[in-house]
Design a protein around this ligand. Structure first.
Ligand SMILES: NC(=O)c1ccc[n+]([C@@H]2O[C@H](COP(=O)([O-])OP(=O)(O)OC[C@H]3O[C@@H](n4cnc5c(N)ncnc54)[C@H](OP(=O)(O)O)[C@@H]3O)[C@@H](O)[C@H]2O)c1
Length: 483
């Protein structure tokens, strides 16, 4: 068995690449035709019932207006009742025949159940569920204290969408409806200081992809990954702490229109703005470069903060300038602590509208080595007992099982770049001084285990033709169930 894996490790990556190159042109042509067909037969949502979470501001608010212009009936959910009322009034003016709003905290399962039930009781059906509500938290991981507070974010961004989908699914099945899931580019291009946000978005994308394979054509799912969009989230205090100012922001209205167009067209994925898709390609092909860039960006930000402390240590009077008063207050508090025993407390002034980046958090992630492990199917209690025996009741002979579940020692490194690019990337890393011999960096190396072959194959196909991966997943599910 080990020999088979050794051979596959060598042979499969180049074969996959060649197959992909041969397959890609016809696949892209097929996709183009399919998109034209879907654009022509775009769904008309007039009179249909659309539920939108997080409709009190930002993308959700503009989604409500866009659906309203097309004549859809709306059920709007969020926590701020007065904001919802104002959005509902405007949606009626824009053309929605019937709008209700239901104050809801989607991080609570009972609220989600009530919201869906009230909406279905009122309208009698449900056609689109737009899982949009979300929050952001901008902090270095080590400063997330108490750590249990961070659960609020995952409860909203991940569990909120899961709960709403759970209660909506029986109604969506009846109407052959659609789920529109708002994820984020941060789900694949992880942004420093937003570890929980990025993780929650990666989790929700993966959740929807799995549902899509399970539902097939019964319930369609459009996964939306916006870049930076103008909203309270991207322009509030948290965002200024995360330094999103330099990123080109998309207008909320244009983003909402693109989302509704895409949902009506029946797209599986939407990246908005579409140029942002390139970040995924770069991340897949050379993750080291992306991480190096993100890390140097954060070091630059931290450098300003350290500059403040350094002046502070030398007894200078400080005028701290930045957009976020909250961050400036934290730096000021820290500055007071530094000089308090020896020097008079500096004078601190705050000015609101400036580009200066002065922050209170100063943890250097470069000092910790992180190894990312993506195992394939590993023989363990989880896979043997839970996946095989309980869920799909698949009984295989031992020899057959061994084909799928190879014995596994330890997978220490992950291969995500082409083998031939590794020396180049590693060399670049050394030149830039990012590679330390003590192994204290984030590593992406050739996977040492005997299932090395499966990663590049899955990742290449998943990026270039995600539909194919989903079809094969569906097929696999049908096959295993029929066995
Ligand atoms: N803006 C961007 O750059 C960007 C980029 C990528 C992805 N996204 C995603 O797009 C979605 C919308 O974000 P946005 O930019 O429009 O931000 P936003 O203006 O802050 O809107 C967030 C919405 O979510 C609602 N919400 C938050 N927590 C909730 C809870 N526990 N229960 C119910 N509703 C809740 C808020 O309403 P209440 O406060 O009234 O409850 C608000 O209506 C989010 O999922 C976000 O992750 C945004």
């Amino acid at each position: 068995m080990d020999l088979i894996h050794k051979v596959l490790n060598i042979v499969l990556p180049p074969i996959t690449l060649i197959l992909l190159l041969l397959f890609l042109p016809s696949f892209l042509f097929f996709k183009l035709i399919s998109r034209i067909k879907r654009s022509i037969n775009s769904e008309v949502v007039a009179g249909k019932v659309v539920l939108i979470t997080g409709a009190s501001s930002g993308i959700g608010e503009y989604l409500a207006y866009e659906y309203a212009r097309r004549g859809a009936c709306l059920a709007l959910a969020a926590r701020r009742q007065e904001r919802l009322r104002a959005v509902a009034d405007k949606a009626r003016v824009l053309g929605s025949p019937d709008v209700i709003f239901i104050p809801t905290d989607i991080s609570k399962v009972e609220d989600c159940e009530r919201f869906i039930n009230e909406a279905v009781d009122h309208f009698g059906k449900l056609d689109h569920l737009v899982n949009n509500a979300g929050i952001v938290q901008v902090d270095m991981f080590e400063d997330c204290k108490p750590i249990s507070d961070s659960a609020t974010l995952t409860n909203t961004n991940f569990w909120g969408s899961v709960y709403a989908s759970h209660f909506a699914i029986p109604h969506l099945r009846k109407s052959k409806g659609r789920i529109v899931g708002i994820s984020s580019i941060a789900g694949w291009c992880s942004v420093p200081r937003m570890s929980f946000y990025s993780a929650s978005k990666a989790a929700i994308t993966s959740f929807y992809e799995t549902l899509r394979a399970e539902f097939g054509s019964d319930i369609r799912i459009t996964i939306v990954t916006p870049g930076v969009v103008e909203s309270e989230m991207s322009q509030g205090d948290s965002a200024s702490k995360g330094q999103m100012d330099f990123v080109l922001a998309e207008s909320t209205e244009r983003c909402a229109k693109a989302i509704v167009d895409s949902a009506c067209r029946g797209d599986r994925y939407l990246v908005e703005p579409s140029w942002a898709r390139i970040t995924f390609l770069i991340k897949v092909l050379c993750p080291e470069v992306v991480e190096w860039w993100l890390h140097s960006m954060i070091e630059k930000i931290l450098c300003f903060e350290h500059l403040a402390y350094e002046y502070d240590r030398r007894g200078a009077c400080l005028a701290l300038v930045g957009r976020s008063k909250e961050s400036l207050t934290q730096v000021a508090a820290m500055a007071e602590l530094i000089v308090a025993p020896f020097l008079p407390i500096p004078r601190l002034s705050f000015y609101d509208a400036s580009e200066a980046a002065v922050y209170s958090i100063r943890i250097r992630i470069s000092e910790i080595g992180i190894t990312i492990v993506i195992p394939g199917l590993i023989k363990s209690e989880m896979t043997r007992e839970k996946i095989l025996n309980q869920q799909v009741k698949l009984e295989l002979k031992e020899e057959m099982r061994r084909v799928n579940f190879h014995s596994h020692d330890t997978i220490t490194y992950l291969e995500v770049v082409f083998n031939f690019m590794l020396p180049l990337i590693t060399g670049l890393n050394c030149l830039l001084g990012n590679d330390k011999s003590d192994g204290s960096r984030v590593h992406h190396r050739v996977c040492q285990s005997n299932c090395r072959w499966c990663m590049p194959s899955i990742i290449y196909f998943k990026y270039f033709c995600p539909d194919t991966v989903e079809w094969s997943n569906c097929l696999l599910l049908i096959l295993t169930i029929s066995i």
